[in-house]
Design a protein around this ligand. Structure first.
Ligand SMILES: [Zn+2]
Length: 136
């Protein structure tokens, strides 16, 4: 997936490791990068959640690694789509997003039928991550 860069070249979407406060590694963060001018931009679908995560870590975090694909649905979907090939294609991403949404809805039906309110709330927040985001 590509996006036009201010320099006139194109930025392409890749999963990068982001190091925060030189101690915390957040792996598989979807970022658009331009190979021409080096500018980069976090994928819009995860922007709000990654800033929240960094705020929660605080100014002096303990050293650790956070696999972002397990925290955020979009990072998980892009990781699944990327495993099918070297670069991220919009069709693979859309298919992975659709499959994951269906999977979450199936689980939600099960959670609902067994009356597990905590599980339902967890699934709803994961579905909301997908709904709030858009591919751009
Ligand atoms: Zn550029």
């Amino acid at each position: 997936m590509n996006k036009r860069c201010e320099c006139g070249d194109t930025k392409s979407l890749a999963l990068r490791t982001v190091i925060f406060a030189r101690k915390v590694s957040i792996t598989r963060v979807p970022v658009y990068c331009c190979s021409q001018c080096g500018s980069h931009e976090v994928f819009s679908g995860v922007k709000g959640d990654i800033s929240r995560l960094i705020r929660e870590l605080g100014a002096k975090p303990a050293p650790r690694t956070i696999p972002f694909d397990q925290v955020h649905e979009w990072a998980g979907i892009l990781t699944a789509a990327a495993s099918e090939g070297d670069s991220l294609h919009k069709t693979a991403v859309e298919r992975a997003a659709e499959e994951r949404t269906n999977e979450l809805l199936d689980l939600w039906l099960i959670a609902s039928s067994v009356g597990d309110e905590n599980w339902k709330a967890e699934l709803q927040s994961r579905l909301a991550q997908l709904n709030a985001a858009y591919i751009s």
